[in-house]
Write a protein that binds this ligand. Structure first.
Ligand code: ADP
Ligand code: MG
Length: 456
């Protein structure tokens, strides 16, 4: 293994274990500049990074290096010549001391990727929140842990982004490792898996590749959909899979959709994927979203009042990652005004800023879509009638004009037949409130949004 490959391997492991920001800050522009039989010298761009790598990341770097090259005994950090100028300036004016952040903030507690297995100890079954959206996948994962290689093989878990597939794969590995420490487990992203496979094909050592993978008792392959269209890879993978499966090795896949949705996939491979157990993870419904927020908040040892949590749960419908992002944003803002709780408007603004930009809609589009959805005459929505079948779509219009169009209450009231702004406010709150109790209503609004944003 040459220096680049070795360092590339280390970086890939570290990247899995730290936040993106930490990775970029501390590992960009690093390389191995020198290597003797037992010692590796790592070049860093400046004294600050050098110090930080020595101080905080040394253990992990060492572990990772030795996982790839067991001969490594010592590691040295130097400032690369390209940065010496920077270093001199820095000497004249010492770099600021590292910010006094907690280990948690810096992500060091995330630091627990085992170089042997690639498993990240941060993802466990214990800290996986289970709700109706993922209970099937969770149950299947538990069954695999109890019956490694014999019950559901392969287990194929699919679902949209940010719904916990990667988390679940690591959790399965970590749990098996904990219950049976001698089990040989490997987690790979399908990109890493395919790139290793491709280089083994190029080097004519697919046998060796197969052998290495066959040594594992459990193979966890994340995001298998990326194998789409790679003909040669699929062919070789088919044989590798058969070898593993034939030897009762447990294989778990994750994918963004069911096997039949993966484009350009060989039929025989598709039928292998379908040959075990297939489970999906759905988008969490309101109750689960609230549970997720509460649990994550407790993990962060932070507090927010119940109304705020409910508002976040009502607003963020997509996935766990977005929920956590929204929660973090609100927590950060709340920290700036510790004396009083954020009010509904403030929270709404934070959420709007934090969420992915929505397609810009016009008020007319919203009203027209809602009217069509409930099969009512658009014009009647603007009249004063209090007929139940009209009041509901009207309130939903107002709600969406507020949430998705960012209309002011006076504007919305005006729009609907010159009503007072409190009518709009009341409608907004009514719907927000009902959303919490009615899956039916939540489903309808989701459906309307799908139409508005032309999502399938
Ligand atoms: P995916 O692989 O499906 O895109 P991830 O596993 O990367 O999603 O999950 C995104 C983030 O959300 C991770 O930080 C993960 O720990 C967290 N997460 C997802 N699902 C859950 C869950 N059910 N319980 C707790 N955390 C979760
Ligand atoms: Mg993932």
């Amino acid at each position: 293994m040459d220096n680049n490959e070795l360092w590339g391997g280390v970086l890939r492991e570290i990247e899995l274990a730290v936040s993106k920001a930490n990775f970029v800050t501390w590992f960009n522009n690093t390389s191995i500049v020198d290597r003797s039989a037992y010692s590796v010298t790592i070049a860093t761009p400046n004294p600050f990074v050098k110090e930080w790598l020595e101080y905080k990341y040394h253990k992990h770097i060492m572990k990772s290096l030795r996982g790839l090259d067991p001969d490594v005994r010592t590691v040295e950090y130097v400032i690369s010549s390209a940065s010496v100028m920077g270093a001199k300036t820095a000497l004249a004016k010492p770099p600021a001391a590292p910010p006094a952040e907690t280990e948690e903030q810096l992500g060091f507690t995330e630091f627990a990727v085992d170089p042997q297995t690639n498993l990240n100890s941060r993802y466990t079954l214990n800290n996986l929140i289970v709700g109706s959206f993922n209970e099937l996948a969770y149950a299947a994962a538990l069954a695999v842990v109890k019956n490694v290689g014999t019950l559901y093989n392969p287990l194929f878990i699919y679902g949209g982004v940010g719904l916990g597939k990667t988390h679940l794969l690591h959790a399965v590995g970590n749990e098996i490792k904990q219950q049976r420490p001698t089990t040989r487990i490997k987690y790979v992203s399908s990109e890493l898996f395919t790139s290793e496979l491709v280089s083994s094909i190029q080097n004519n050592e697919t046998e060796g590749f197969k052998e290495r993978y066959r040594q594992n008792d459990v193979l966890l392959i994340d995001d298998i959909q990326f194998i789409s269209g790679k003909v040669k890879t699929q062919e070789e993978f088919f044989h590798t899979f058969n070898a593993l499966h034939g030897a009762n090795k447990q294989v778990v896949f994750s994918s963004d959709g069911p096997p039949k949705s993966i484009q350009h996939l060989e039929d025989r491979l598709r039928s292998r994927f379908e040959g075990g157990m297939i489970v999906d993870i759905n988008e969490p419904e309101y109750e689960s979203r609230l549970a997720i927020l509460k649990t994550k908040l407790a993990e962060k040892k932070q507090q927010l009042n119940q109304e705020i949590l409910e508002q976040i749960a009502a607003y963020v419908e997509s996935n766990v990652r977005e929920l956590e992002g929204a929660l973090n944003a609100v927590v950060a803002h709340q920290a700036h005004s510790p004396q009083r709780a954020l009010n509904q408007n403030e929270v709404r603004e934070i959420l709007a800023k934090n969420s992915a930009p929505k397609r810009s809609l016009t008020a007319t589009q919203i009203i027209k879509t809602v009217a069509e959805f409930y099969d009512v005459n658009e014009k009647v929505l603007f009249e004063k009638t209090r007929r139940k079948d009209i009041v509901k779509p009207r309130q939903i219009c107002m709600f969406l004009l507020r949430e998705d169009f960012n209309g002011s209450y006076p504007y919305i009231g005006q729009k609907f037949g010159g009503r007072d702004h409190t009518t709009a406010l009341h409608a907004y709150e009514k719907i927000l409130n009902n959303l919490k109790n009615s899956e039916q209503l939540a489903g309808e609004i989701k459906q309307i949004r799908n139409i508005l944003y032309k999502r399938h």
